[in-house]
Design a protein around this ligand. Sequence first.
Ligand code: FES
Length: 70
Amino acid sequence: MTARPEVEEFDHPDVVVVPHGPMLLRGATSVQGVDGTVHDVRRPVVALCRCDKSSRLPFCDGTHKVIPRR
Ligand code: FES
């Protein structure tokens, strides 16, 4: 397995919930979707969809920006 220094500098992921938007995960190495599929994470920060409308679930694709707010 190859080391990924941009991820290893964190002890654990940081989580930021964006109002009316995604959940940002910093330092994650993988994400498991609701169907059980495990996605490798290769970026220092990933955006996870919270509106369930993304075409790239479990990741945010920006679709939340065009969904009317309740
Ligand atoms: S939160 Fe961005 S597409 Fe769902």
